[in-house]
Write a protein that binds this ligand. Structure first.
Ligand code: PMP
Length: 523
């Protein structure tokens, strides 16, 4: 069959969607911060990649040191898949990550590692672990209530106590009905409370993956709503609004009833049932439009969760592994998650891995017996991740300093563009090599083309296509904030790449300022 006649059986719809914007190019070579494609006339074009795997290429495309290490591992015939055996490479990786946790997050509490294949899979593992832990906490609570019922029965039957009149009121049982009726009602209510499904908390705009459970923690409704019935739900808290968080917690709180014997009286007290599964947050929300979490709100979340006994899960899949200028973006805001998740850049853009690190105080080691995956924790990806860590940590963390320095230079340029086009550029945000530039909304634009492209939600693709075809720049908007373009290059970003982006962005701003009728149509 000729190429032209070959049916497109993978991603045909996406390809069709990209085509009108000139984004359906096939990249044939990638190195460092650049991608290359060949046009219809056979000319090769270099593209500066500011999307960089949506955060997975902190060390660039096909990093030669990592590629060399990959070849070495394969040539050495290191066993890759050996389930149910010892995995010293994986353990070395967990230890290396623990050393960085100790240094950056200032704790000597160990974190135990659970491995998966991708970001979303690691999030699913965290969800499962949190649920496993929640049910055990619930069981401990309800067992405690049973112990207290037995104590109350002994006290009443031995004549040492009687049921207090308020106890009947609190349980909604007729006054004087007797201890057994009270116990029956307490158990009935507690059984109903225990059937409450877990509720997860996260922040508006968050992105935590697209698998069956993780998608319910992802804000974008187009992705989330079709699958609502598949899994536990999340409440999305507006960022930096402690009062809104307090209201959500108080609205969703579920209490069970317990009995206590005090001063010869059996009383009824309420106890919090562990309904909150976990609070998932990103120290820098990527798909929400590159929005760093404030130190203050991080502190509030930690306090509220500590009070609820609910674990805080720090999703560093996109912002972690050095991109922020430190290995953990949470280290900039004094946030120490009970769970920490890494993926994307951890495997150097060559292998695939995802890891959930759970601090000892919250870790349920029985979980290891009930969760596994064929490709989780293979030696190849573990050794590649170890190589990535070695490269990041080399020369006293030169790579983190490079992320900070390159990021600062890039941000200075973005801010200069904003200063010259305040009518077009609304904001520049982010940290290190995770930056965003937000355009003002164009849904009321004077240009019909620009207005319509905005109203139909594809102005982002139109601008991305224009940047690619006219300026050799690759970037996209974030998934839940469609006016914000992402800039997440590798540490190998050159000054000339920044200059190329500046020219391109100034051209885009010019089109928007002039409301050029041609808009961003690819001709
Ligand atoms: N969490 C965050 C913060 C992410 O940015 C992403 C990917 N954009 C994911 C989870 C999901 O990771 P993956 O695409 O590897 O499933």
């Amino acid at each position: 069959m000729t190429e032209a006649a070959a049916p497109v059986l993978a991603d045909a719809n996406v390809r069709q969607m990209l085509s009108p914007f000139g984004l359906d190019v096939e990249y044939t070579r990638a190195e460092g911060n650049a991608l290359h494609y060949t046009d219809e006339e056979g000319r090769e074009h270099r593209v500066v990649d500011f999307a960089c795997g949506f955060g997975s290429l902190m060390l660039g495309h096909n990093n030669s040191e990592i590629a060399e290490r990959a070849k070495e591992i394969l040539d050495a015939k290191v066993p890759v898949h050996t389930q149910l055996a010892q995995h010293s490479h994986t353990n070395d990786l967990a230890r290396a990550l623990n050393e960085i946790i100790a240094r950056e997050l200032h704790t000597d509490e160990p974190y135990y590692a659970l491995f998966g294949n991708s970001g979303a899979e690691a999030v699913e593992i965290a969800i499962k672990h949190a649920e496993f832990d929640r049910l055990q906490r619930a069981r401990e609570l309800l067992d405690g209530v049973e112990d207290n019922i037995a104590t109350a029965r002994d006290a009443v039957s031995g004549g040492g106590a009687q049921v207090s009149p308020e106890a009947y009121d609190l349980a909604g049982v007729a006054g004087g009905a007797g201890l057994e009726d009270l116990v029956a009602e307490v158990r009935r209510r507690n059984e109903a409370a225990a059937a409450t499904p877990p509720l997860f908390l996260t922040i508006e705009g968050s992105f935590h993956g697209k698998l069956a459970s993780s998608i319910q923690l992802t804000y974008n409704e187009m992705f989330r709503l079709p699958f609502k019935s598949l899994s536990a739900q999340a409440r999305f808290v507006p960022a930096d609004q402690p009062d809104a968080l307090a209201k959500i917690v108080s609205d969703e709180r579920v209490a069970v009833l317990d009995l206590v014997v005090e001063d010869g009286l059996v009383r009824v007290v309420e106890r919090d049932f562990p309904v909150f599964g976990a609070f998932f947050l990103e120290p820098i929300r990527g798909e929400a439009g590159i929005r760093p979490l404030s130190e203050e709100f991080a502190r509030t979340i930690q306090q509220v969760c500590a009070e609820l006994g609910c674990p805080v899960v720090s999703d560093e899949i996109q912002c972690g592994t050095g991109r922020s200028g430190a290995f953990f973006a949470a280290s900039h805001i004094g946030l120490r998650g009970d769970y920490i998740i890494l993926a994307k850049s951890l495997a150097g853009g060559i292998a695939k891995t995802g890891v959930v690190l759970v601090r000892e105080g919250r870790y349920r080691n029985d979980f290891e017996l009930i969760h596994s995956s064929t490709f989780g924790k293979d030696s190849f990806s573990s050794l590649i991740a170890l190589k990535v860590i070695e490269m990041l940590e080399a020369d006293g963390g030169a790579a983190y300093r490079a992320a900070e320095e390159r990021g600062a230079k890039l941000k200075t340029m973005l801010e200069a563009v904003r200063a010259d086009f305040p009518d077009v550029v609304k904001d520049v945000r982010g940290r290190g090599l995770m930056l965003g530039l937000e355009f003002h909304d164009q849904s009321e634009a004077a240009s019909e083309i620009i207005r319509e492209q905005t109203q139909h939600g594809y102005i982002g693709f139109a601008v991305a296509g224009y940047l690619l075809r006219n300026h050799g720049i690759r970037t996209f908007t974030t998934a839940s904030a469609l006016h914000t373009f992402r800039f997440e290059p590798s540490i190998y970003l050159g000054d000339e790449d920044i200059a190329q982006l500046e020219t391109a962005l100034r051209a885009v701003c010019g089109v928007l300022r002039r409301q050029d009728e041609k808009g961003f149509a690819v001709v």
